[in-house]
Design a protein around this ligand. Sequence first.
Ligand code: 5GP
Ligand code: ZN
Length: 117
Amino acid sequence: MNQDCPFCQIIAGERPGRIVYRDETITAFWDRAPIAPVHILIVPNAHIVSLNDVTEDQQELLGHLLLAARKIAQDQGVHDNGYRLLLNTGANGGQTVFHLHLHLIGGKRFPLDMATR
Ligand code: 5GP
Ligand code: ZN
């Protein structure tokens, strides 16, 4: 855990968070400033800074994040109408929290050129 990381703090229960799913390797919780009717962040429990820091032996983790996103989309009722997954990496990618996270957003139709904000 990184003591200064807001997502590590949520995972550790040291910061409020609306957690919707968790298991041994990942946790999912509502974004604090949702941009759509559904906006959930899916993160590894381990503090991994960004996609750039994922190693070859963590391929399974990436697959797990994606399949969990699909399952959470089902739970949140957006699976059938469709949803968007975003993975911002680094400054130019729009990453503001440096703990790897997948945005699951849904509940409305998004333009092709939309970022997270
Ligand atoms: P990024 O721009 O890094 O891809 O996305 C970071 C996201 O984390 C933003 O959508 C922002 O609203 C969300 N966020 C930042 N700090 C917190 C927090 O403390 N709690 C929660 N639930 N979301 C946060
Ligand atoms: Zn962290």
